[in-house]
Design a binder for this molecule. Structure first.
Ligand code: 5RP
Length: 230
């Protein structure tokens, strides 16, 4: 069911792509449906270039025959299509469940528009039920963790930080060679304040709060597609 909804949102997004666009290609299962639908259009003659937000997306896009570029060659993009773990009514997002938040945020920031594709379960009235991914440098991990805990205390927030691990127990390593701390906060009352203060902690590379980046969303529900923003 959720897979069908993800595909519906992704296919609608692929239909919005026009000839000549420079695209950011998101990461995750919903974004993978988009890359597949985009690949089908490219094979029918659509001309685009894409910047993948992860090695996984790079591999899929290559298999699909989508011409790829880099932000060094193409520093400004027209449109990024990506999934999200949560989105609220102000198009604020939690991302990074798939571990690609750093490249996803760089690519979204380089884009004129970012459209989020999601099934209805991702839409929330308040962010925070999904653990917030915080990408950190391995050096000084414990000190960075303590600094984040102190920040949360200052902001009168509570929650546990869990180092993301692989099935074999080893730390999960991002495409950039960093670790991820998942912050189990349950509710984030002031996402904007948390987002800006987290970025001040040395050792924090980036976090999964995407604020002011998404310009639109396509949310697929059992009753059809809901389109927000543009
Ligand atoms: C990856 C992400 C994904 O967009 C997010 O986790 C949603 O994934 P899915 O579409 O598989 O539910 O942020 O870093």
């Amino acid at each position: 069911m959720s897979d069908n909804l993800k595909r519906d949102a992704a296919e609608r997004a692929a239909a919005l792509v026009t000839d000549g666009m420079r695209l950011g290609l998101g990461t995750g299962s919903t974004a993978a449906y988009f890359v597949a639908a985009l690949g089908a259009r490219v094979r029918q003659g659509l001309s685009v270039v894409g910047v993948p937000t992860s090695e996984a997306t790079r591999e899929q896009a290559t298999r699909e025959g989508i011409p790829l570029t880099t932000l060094d060659e193409t520093p400004e993009l027209d449109l990024t299509i990506d999934g999200a773990d949560e989105l609220d009514d102000d198009l604020r997002l939690i991302k990074g469940g798939g571990g690609a938040l750093l490249r996803e945020k760089i690519v979204a920031s380089a884009s004129r528009r970012m459209i989020v594709i999601a099934d209805g379960s991702k839409r929330v009235s308040r962010l925070g039920r999904f653990p917030l991914p915080i990408e950190v440098v391995p050096f000084g991990l414990r000190a960075t963790q303590v600094a984040i805990e102190k920040l949360l205390e200052t902001l009168e927030m509570s929650g546990e930080l869990h180092l993301r691990r692989m099935a074999d127990g080893s730390p999960y390593i991002t495409d950039g060679g960093h670790f991820i701390l998942d912050a189990h906060l349950k509710r984030i009352e002031k996402p904007n304040v948390l987002a800006s203060t987290l970025n001040n902690i040395p050792g924090v590379v980036e976090h999964g709060l995407f604020i002011g980046l998404a310009t639109g969303a396509i949310v697929a529900t059992g009753h059809g597609l809901v389109e927000l923003g543009q």
